[in-house]
Design a protein around this ligand. Sequence first.
Ligand code: JFZ
Length: 441
Amino acid sequence: MKKYICISIILSILILSLDAQQENSIPGLETNQEALKKWQDMRFGMFIHWGPVSLRGTEIGWSRGTHVPIQDYDNLYKEFNPLLFNAAEWVATAKEAGMKYIIITTKHHDGFSLWPTDVSDYDISSTPYGKDILRQLSDECRKQGIVFGTYYSILDWHHPDYTTRYGGDPRPVEGSDMNKYIDYMYHQLNELITEYQTEILWFDGEWEDSWNHEEGIKLYRYCREQNNNLLINNRVDKGRKGMQGMSKSGFAGDFGTPEQEIGNYNPGIPWESCITIGKQWAWKPNDQLKSVKQLIHTLVLTAGGGGNLLLNVGPMMDGRIEQRQADSLKEVGKWISKYGESIYESKAGPFMPGKWNASTMKENIVYLQLLKWPDGSIRLPDLQGYRLKKVSLMNGVGLDFEKGKKEVLIELPDQAPNPYCSTLVLEYNKPLSGVNPIELK
Ligand code: JFZ
């Protein structure tokens, strides 16, 4: 009997490790592990959805031909003049919020290019503003030590050669030539990689039938050939499973992209949740914003699941980030300045994220983030084989604790030390790398 148990344990370990490797099993599509590690350590980035559509306040891309007539939408660029755009301010806002990288929409589904591209006039150089937004932002990111990345939509409902139409666009697809469009795309991506030194390529719009797996792999390879340090999301290929965003095996992409939801606990596979600060990706007047508490909890639960958080803001038509959004980000930043050590460079676990907690770890330290402050005390299950040496409030005093048979009882002060999310620091006798994840009731 013992023998069988042993064999089946060995077999399942083998199968599990095979499965983990499958993620990047296509030769030439292996993730650059150094770039990945650097990116995972950052844990928190700013997503920016912006373009001439902010003049209407409707959703970027999707409102073309639905909420805004196509003729109207496609001419908005002629009025786009964000004179108050200040790259230094944007980057400072991200930095102050504790974000370590920025991803901006360089071309969304509406086809407008936010930089002066060689291959189209439907770009920033044709607007009354005229100046290169991307150049200013990428320069400023490097100046302030923020990693610069670019969103790029594969689907393009504006380009005549792209072969799917949307929003009641009357142009026939007969005569459209996807190969020509693909050349166009490669040219643009080459500009982003070589001229703007994008460090992360955040693809989108891969789901229509105009795109396929073979082209996905080719595109991934092409980008890495231009710069082998690039990190590329899984929307470059067709392997994404729904809004949960993780990849089927055998598809290209360095990380999963859950959208508008916190990814499941999954420290073994790289992923990043992209989530809006309000309800819309692009700026919307009076958009209902998430509370500071919600934002902080989202960050903590994401880190506690092993993922990154890409929090989206939509700047206004004049180029400013709305004050309400900037104020919230500042509050998040204040929290991070105290608790960031439990987020950056952390690993998820050993306590799985749940209704009232998340947890992260480093070496022999566990950070237990409490989403609600408990009454008087909490009980934690013992970690088999590890000895709890010390418990304290993060940035605060030591706490008394009592070991029972299978639990420890930790005494807590009446008042939560932080109104958004307080954290306990648990120090064990040795590194916790081998410990199995534990669900807290
Ligand atoms: C996509 C974009 O469409 C969206 O505008 C935003 O940029 C986000 C980050 O990524 O999200 C999607 C993708 C597909 C659907 C909806 C939103 N869909 O198929 O309904």
